[in-house]
Design a protein around this ligand. Structure first.
Ligand SMILES: C[S@@+](CC[C@H](N)C(=O)[O-])C[C@H]1O[C@@H](n2cnc3c(N)ncnc32)[C@H](O)[C@@H]1O
Length: 293
């Protein structure tokens, strides 16, 4: 069978099955391309519609098993192929970590301009999961020292593999920490965080694809706001003067504004889609601390 026929047939099956997209792709066709190309090690620059590549029997067997897994288990393609793309870089992923997809990628690619005027010397990726945010910052800011931290030892194992994959051992450090608990006395120019921010009620209504992701990566108490609020309470003490916190709160943005209307968060706009990411400086975190108690 021709590669292009197989991809188009697979996309049709995905469409009929009503799968959910949002873990690195946004359509049945993109999902099918992601699965087939990653499985066969084809570069994403190949235009399958113009290709006469024929699939071998053994390739077809592997693909059929994976397509079946996607359809039957509703498992996101990134977990099936063990790889996700973020900020243009490849990351190893499995079901111990959230699949990278934060819109913060766009801010990293834009070097956090105009909020950051000069490159940060020290960066913390708090709640790092696969390490995608911190590692992408390290690749963008080649002189920065980066720390990635998570409460989950499983996540740190995956993040360590990704640090090695990108040849960043020595410049990116991994620390096991419950939020800031094990980071005492440290200060950073930039903290980036995509923490858990989904309420229990919302988690239960998420499509089956999300149920493959660790609950620890999604769930946060107080209607989703507990962890973001705790980060806002503490982050000022871990930032250098002029330092910047970039925090994703997703759908919690409205609830956060209602909870602390006094704080003038700067909400990010994204050309590539996404929302619910705020920026705030160390000085403002100190100034408005009383509203966060
Ligand atoms: C939404 S995931 C984000 C992962 C990664 N930053 C990304 O963007 O793909 C949230 C991460 O927070 C971690 N986490 C949950 N509670 C935590 C806590 N109290 N302290 C530190 N990390 C925590 C989870 O293990 C998970 O890896």
């Amino acid at each position: 069978m021709l590669l292009r026929t197989y991809i188009l047939n697979t996309a049709e099956k995905f469409k009929e099955a009503g799968l959910f997209y949002g873990h690195g792709t946004d359509s049945p066709l993109d999902d099918a391309v992601y699965l087939v190309y990653s499985t066969l090690g084809i570069g994403f620059d190949l235009d399958f519609e113009r290709s006469d590549r024929v699939l071998l029997m053994n390739e077809l067997e592997i693909l059929e098993a994976r397509v079946e897994q996607r359809l039957r288990d509703r498992k996101p393609v990134a977990y099936i192929v063990g790889k996700a793309w973020f900020c243009g870089h490849a990351f190893d992923v499995d079901e111990r970590v959230l699949i990278p997809r934060s819109p913060i990628a766009e801010l990293i690619q834009n070097r956090f301009r105009p909020m950051l005027e000069c490159p940060p010397e020290t960066v913390l990726d708090l709640c790092c999961g696969s390490g995608c945010l911190g590692i992408s910052c390290a690749l963008e800011f080649v002189d920065a020292r980066v720390e990635v931290s998570d409460v989950s030892a499983d996540c740190l194992e995956v993040a360590t593999g990704n640090i090695r994959r990108h040849d960043l051992i020595g410049r990116v450090q991994c620390t096991k920490s419950d939020l800031f608990a094990s980071l005492a006395d440290k200060k950073y120019d930039l903290i980036v965080s995509n923490p858990p921010y989904v309420s229990l009620a919302d988690v239960e209504t998420l499509p089956a694809e999300y149920q493959h992701e660790p609950k620890l990566a999604l769930l946060s108490g107080e209607g989703g706001l507990a962890i973001p609020l705790e980060i806002l309470r503490q982050a000022g003490s871990y930032l250098n003067p002029g330092g910047l916190l970039i925090l994703e709160v997703g759908l919690g943005a409205e609830a956060l504004c209602q909870r602390v209307p006094e704080i003038p968060f700067l909400w990010m706009d994204f050309a590539q889609g996404g929302d619910g990411v705020l920026a705030i400086r160390a000085e403002e975190l100190h100034r408005y601390r009383e509203y966060l108690i």
